[in-house]
Design a protein around this ligand. Structure first.
Ligand code: XMP
Length: 178
């Protein structure tokens, strides 16, 4: 097996414990209210599956495949939104993503969910980078606040590599451009 890249940042057990706490809080908030999870692919795939193990079995799930990054930089554009669908009409929607960075992805996907008729749209991210955002986006649930560094693992990739790492690691990156 190849050596993992960069430096260790969050261990698999830290992530596991935090996911359980987030799920408990989400359950309390949506008790007796039918919930639709919209998970943004591919980065949130491990996070959403681990969360779902602890959520109400009635929770509906949609997957939206959108992307904005090339290498360690945002392109400033969201690709794939035109194919994102689902019966969100009148539903309480919880958008799930791996990381809140410039805010562009969650700003655009939140607007799209509202256009599809969602009654409410909240956001849950595993990671939130501490930086100035290009868009005004606030996540109701945040797993970990992190420094403005490029991270990989637990679903997060560098050009499709390293998603399968069980922990999160930092790579040297160029400063944010968006
Ligand atoms: P924005 O800038 O739109 O970014 O908030 C959100 C999306 O960009 C990807 N992203 C990253 N992926 N390590 C990654 O592997 C990072 O440090 C990183 N920062 C942003 C991610 O796909 C996220 O959905």
């Amino acid at each position: 097996m190849s050596r993992p890249p960069g430096k260790s940042y969050l261990s698999a057990s830290q992530i596991r414990l935090r996911v359980r706490t987030l799920a408990a809080s989400i359950c309390r908030t949506y008790r007796n209210r039918p919930l639709t999870i919209v998970a943004l692919l591919k980065g949130s795939v491990f996070f959403v599956v681990d969360l779902l193990r602890h959520l109400d079995s009635d929770t509906e799930v949609e997957f939206w495949n959108v992307s904005s990054y090339e290498g360690t930089r945002s392109t400033g554009k969201i690709r794939g939104l035109e194919h994102c669908r689902g019966n969100l009409h009148g539903r309480d929607v919880l958008l799930i993503d791996d990381i809140l960075d410039s805010g562009l992805t969650l700003d655009r996907t939140r607007s799209h969910a509202k256009k599809l008729g969602a009654r409410t749209v909240q956001i849950c991210v595993l990671l939130s980078k501490q930086r100035k955002r290009a868009r005004n986006v606030r996540a109701r649930w945040i797993g970990f606040k992190i420094k403005d560094e490029f991270v990989v693992g637990y679903g997060l990739d560098l050009d499709q590599r390293y998603r399968a790492l069980p922990s999160i690691r930092t790579l040297p990156s160029s400063p944010s451009s968006t």
